[in-house]
Design a protein around this ligand. Structure first.
Ligand code: 5GP
Length: 204
């Protein structure tokens, strides 16, 4: 059995990433979501162990101390991290894992180089549209909205370092494109079991 592949997905807050990831996971077999740890408070409707592991700062710090994170970063004033345990088992079971992480965490993984990952950036069509969507979802206060919009400009500048860019203008098209990228990555030749041709023979 081949081990699974990591898909690192970054997007400014309000881009529609969570909706996209939920739909792609519902329609694509063998694909799971890495549940991050965060010190942020849950939003209405968010559940511990489903959306995030919501932990106090001292617990997060203890995890940093014992090197439990593959990567972590401070984003919009809160800490977020991917625990190595959370993804290791899934990858070993041949499942592909979606990592929803910010541009700092993604850059850290690129520097590390392992585990191998495909990096995908999702961008809004423009910043005005992003502000409209962020306000429209009504989950953040004014101060948080302003901070997230300010950070969005910096995040978008980091998009060039990613292998794929998806502009979420139409949600259906963006979802189709994300699914296509995942399927195409799965079909890459080097991902065949043990690198052998499917038939066991080399066709000349
Ligand atoms: P939100 O608070 O809107 O759920 O997420 C805020 C930001 O934190 C998003 O950019 C999201 O990608 C990022 N994030 C979520 N989990 C992780 C993680 O485990 N590591 C890092 N580096 N960023 C994360």
């Amino acid at each position: 059995m081949t081990t699974g592949r990591l898909f690192v997905i970054s997007a400014p807050s309000g881009t529609g990433k969570t909706t996209m990831l939920k739909r792609v996971m519902a329609d694509t077999s063998g694909l799971v979501f890495s549940i991050s740890h965060t010190t942020r408070a849950p939003r209405p409707g968010e559940r511990h162990g489903v959306d995030y592991y919501f932990v106090p700062r001292d617990e997060f710090s203890a995890m940093i101390q014992r090197e439990a994170f593959l990567e972590y970063a401070e984003v919009h004033g809160n800490l977020y991290g991917t625990s190595t345990d959370a993804i290791g088992v899934q990858l070993d079971n041949g499942l592909d894992v979606l990592l929803d992480i910010d541009v700092q965490g993604a850059a850290l993984l690129r520097r590390k180089g392992r585990p191998a990952a495909t990096h995908i950036f999702i961008a809004p069509p423009n910043l005005d549209e992003l502000e409209k969507r962020l306000r429209g979802r009504g989950t953040e206060n004014e101060e948080t909205i302003r901070l997230r919009l300010k950070n969005a400009a910096t995040e978008i500048r980091a998009a060039a370092a990613y292998e794929y860019l998806i502009i979420n203008d139409s949600i259906d098209e963006a979802i189709n494109l994300l699914t296509a990228i995942i399927l195409a990555e799965r079909a890459r030749g080097h991902r065949l079991p043990s690198g052998k041709p499917i038939s066991g023979r080399v066709i000349t």
